[in-house]
Design a protein. Structure first.
Length: 331
């Protein structure tokens, strides 16, 4: 398969979190056919594993994630772009990394590895498992759609589940019940009016009320309501966590699901640079795989949308860029 055929083959495998197993098996089999490759399944959970391939004693690891957000939709090629779920986030990046490593191997460079992880789109479970199993690499090139710019920093992430409880009653007699939904709405109203931190490099923190659920029926006072909240952090999240405790008050229970602090990354010569607002697996690696760098083809603005796509010429260029990054780091 050429670069584009490999990308489409990956896109056409549904790997919406946490169903990455088929894509992982495909990658394992594909990488095992590259001459000299040592390939491992790195266990994460039942039916979930990272794929790690290496040659000799690797110094640089290229890494990105296998999973995608829902909903799955298959690939198509319009000549200029490859479309489909995961095209830019991050299956086109996976393919570009693999072809970069193949070219490095052909040129005699073997101090390189590939690490493809599960779970980035939900809770970084794969990166968490990999952080406990470092392999001695000194540098980690993480792939996310940065519009082919070297990202000098990325916002962090803080995710909560917010649950309110009440008492069921017939809606004709609301005074006999206690509405969990009304409690949750009070909490979300205070959330929408909270002052968020600002940073000189990253700008302002943002918050998204991602999901809301609750209630039993239109004629029943609801005894349960739940929302999922996602902050994009510009700091370590401590002040936001404290503010959320006050906002919840006695009306809701908070469960912290994920916290990834904002991160700053290394520079390399000859790159246009940027700062990105999305979070990555890099904080979860916690330096275990080496000094991190963040680069990838594609735009985050079409990731997670029905218009997800990646430019074929940008992918082709990224193959060479990843090689140049590896060579620069090895020097």
């Amino acid at each position: 398969m050429n670069l584009f055929e490999l990308t489409r083959a990956l896109v056409d495998i549904d790997s919406v979190t946490p169903n990455e197993e088929r894509a992982g098996e495909f990658l394992f089999d594909y990488l095992a056919k590259i001459p000299g490759a040592q390939v491992e399944r790195m266990p994460v959970e039942p039916h979930r594993f990272n794929v790690y391939a290496y040659w000799d004693q690797p110094v640089v690891a290229l890494s990105t994630h296998i999973d995608t957000v829902p909903p799955f939709f298959a690939s198509r090629d319009d000549g200029e772009f490859l479309w489909g779920r995961g095209a830019c986030d991050t299956k086109g990046i996976i393919a570009s990394m693999i072809f970069a490593v193949r070219d490095l191997l052909a040129a005699g460079e073997r101090r390189v590895a590939l690490l493809f992880v599960v779970g980035e789109e939900r809770n970084s479970a794969g990166a968490m498992a990999a952080a406990k199993q470092p392999r001695g690499t000194k540098f980690l090139i993480n792939g996310e759609p940065t519009e082919s710019k070297l990202a000098l920093g990325s916002k962090g992430a803080l995710r909560f589940e917010v649950v309110s409880h009440g008492k069921m009653a017939h809606s004709a007699y609301p005074h006999l019940g206690e509405s969990a939904i009304e409690k949750l709405l009070d909490v979300l109203d205070r959330l929408r009016r909270m002052t968020l931190p600002v940073d000189e490099m990253f700008g302002a923190s943002t918050v998204n009320i991602g999901t809301i659920e609750g209630g039993r029926a239109p004629n029943v006072i609801p005894d349960y309501a739940k929302a999922e909240i996602f902050f994009r952090l510009v700091d370590d999240g401590a002040s936001t966590r404290t503010a959320m405790q006050a906002i919840a008050g006695g009306q809701a229970e908070l469960t912290e699901v994920l916290c990834l602090p904002a991160q700053k990354f290394g520079r390399l010569d000859g790159f246009e640079t940027s700062v990105v607002s999305f979070a990555t697996d890099i904080p979860t690696f916690n330096g275990a795989w080496g000094e991190p760098f963040l680069f990838g083809p594609g735009s985050i603005h079409v990731a997670h949308t029905a218009e997800e796509r990646i430019a074929k010429k940008e992918m082709t260029a990224a193959v060479q860029v990843y090689q140049n990054m590896v060579r620069q780091l090895l020097r």
